[in-house]
Design a protein around this ligand. Structure first.
Ligand SMILES: Nc1nc2c(c(=O)[nH]1)N[C@H]1C(S)=C(S)[C@@H](COP(=O)(O)O)O[C@H]1N2
Ligand SMILES: [Mo]
Length: 402
């Protein structure tokens, strides 16, 4: 639903009222979803501009996409897109005319850009998966602290905006700059909580595909997904995709703020894996997505008819693109190639489909395994690290045929 600036202001005024109340629209207290791990019961609630989503927390608002949304939707609708904020001080209204994106620090020419200014840079579009670093954290064994997401803290959208590189070149980043640091309009609610800041090395920030997006799936971004602009870092975890982006600073050092130096670190080990008993290992900031694939049209425990059944799903990786998806109906003992669907580019969900013929009175463990053009694939052993990051084990779906 396209809306004008004026109607956005009106609808975000309504947003303000609801967020201030902390009260979801449309929710019935008995509407819950059970995620398949201990303490996985989630209430469904519809926040402003959103359909009913699984509530993980309300302050800050954290909402998970029901997994069924991924079936048949290569693009995750804005109203169904997951929501994650770290700090509860999220603005409930934003004036698009007064909004400024400031660029400062080690630049020849500090900028204060309006939304109209941003549209004067060449427009680019990318289809890319935005996945929380902690997506699927609830499946970690042993369990780890942090948001207990199922598999729905991800989404694929068509992002449209200006290249970050064009903005930075316009400002003239000085050669002494080491990183570019990003901040949004959200703020901590308690003194002592660090503001949410993320930083990219200058060459990552200057790469062609990083954009400052003002549209998501052909519409302004929903407020909860970062209206009016957010950073899009295709192929990298969503923690870098700073929402309500208002401040870009070129700095002369590797950022040592809490969200870079302490949080969002992965072990500097092969695959980011460590033994749960390990301590004292070196870490690096989380970065590229790991390759994943899912079956979307059948759910675990489902009873299906004993007749030819189509199976479909999605796969994605960090930008090499998907070379193949294999399917197994015997828990990974034997595999056959699935057919890949339309290619929306190397950062997007790649749909796939296949068929199998279940026999009556038989149980099946269905599995899918994606391989990237770079050879990266999924394995039977789940990664473990204390942050609950990088999960990409081969997922299984148990079904039985009647
Ligand atoms: N300003 C701001 N941007 C942010 C965050 C935040 O807390 N504040 N969280 C990040 C994290 S960890 C995730 S997973 C994504 C979530 O994006 P979404 O809410 O649009 O799904 O936003 C990222 N950008
Ligand atoms: Mo995240």
């Amino acid at each position: 639903m396209p809306y004008t600036r004026r109607s956005f202001v009106t609808s975000s005024a309504a947003t303000g009222a609801w967020l201030a109340l902390g009260a979801p629209l449309l929710a019935r207290a008995d509407d819950t979803v059970e995620l398949p791990f201990a303490n996985g019961s989630r209430q469904l609630a519809a926040y402003p501009q959103k359909r009913a989503l699984l509530v993980m927390t309300t302050r800050p608002v954290q909402l998970e996409t029901p997994f069924s949304v991924f079936d048949g939707n290569v693009f995750t609708p804005n109203y169904a897109f997951f929501v994650r904020w770290h700090l509860a001080g999220v603005p409930t209204t934003i004036d698009p005319v007064a909004f400024r994106l400031n660029v400062h620090g080690l630049v020849a020419r500090p900028l204060s850009l309006t939304l109209r200014d941003l549209r004067h840079f060449p427009t680019v579009e990318v289809d890319a998966v935005c996945q929380c670093s902690g997506n699927s954290r609830g499946f970690f064994a042993p369990r780890v602290p942090g948001g207990q997401w199922g598999n729905g803290a991800m989404g694929n959208a068509r992002w449209r905006g200006a290249r970050l590189r064009d903005i930075l070149r316009h400002a003239g980043v000085q050669s002494s700059a080491v990183q570019i640091r990003f901040r949004g309009l959200d703020a901590p609610v308690e003194a002592g909580t660090p503001p949410f800041l993320k930083a990219l090395d200058v060459d990552r920030a200057m790469s062609e595909d990083v954009i400052v997006a003002y549209e998501m799936n052909g519409e302004p971004l929903p407020l909860l997904n970062g209206y009016p602009v957010r950073l899009v870092v295709p192929g990298w975890y969503a923690t870098y995709w700073v929402k309500m982006l208002s401040d870009i600073e070129a700095i002369d050092h590797v950022d040592d703020n809490f969200w870079m130096k302490t949080a969002y670190r992965i072990p500097a080990t092969p695959g980011g894996n460590v033994d749960p008993a390990a301590t004292g290992f070196a870490t690096v900031p989380i970065n590229k997505l790991t390759i994943r694939s899912f079956i979307t049209n059948l759910t675990d425990g489902e009873k299906i008819a004993a007749k030819p059944t189509s199976v479909q799903g999605i796969a994605f990786n960090s930008g090499a693109g998907i070379k193949r998806v294999e399917f197994s109906s015997d828990g990974g003992t034997s595999w056959s190639d699935a057919a890949l669907g339309r290619d929306y580019g190397n950062y997007a969900f790649r749909p796939w489909s296949t068929r199998f013929v279940p026999k009556a009175g038989t149980s099946y463990v269905l599995a899918c395994r994606a391989t990237g053009n770079d050879g990266e694939t999924q394995t039977n052993l789940a990664v473990w690290n204390p942050g609950g990051y990088l999960r990409n084990v081969i997922e299984t779906t148990k079904v039985s045929a009647a």
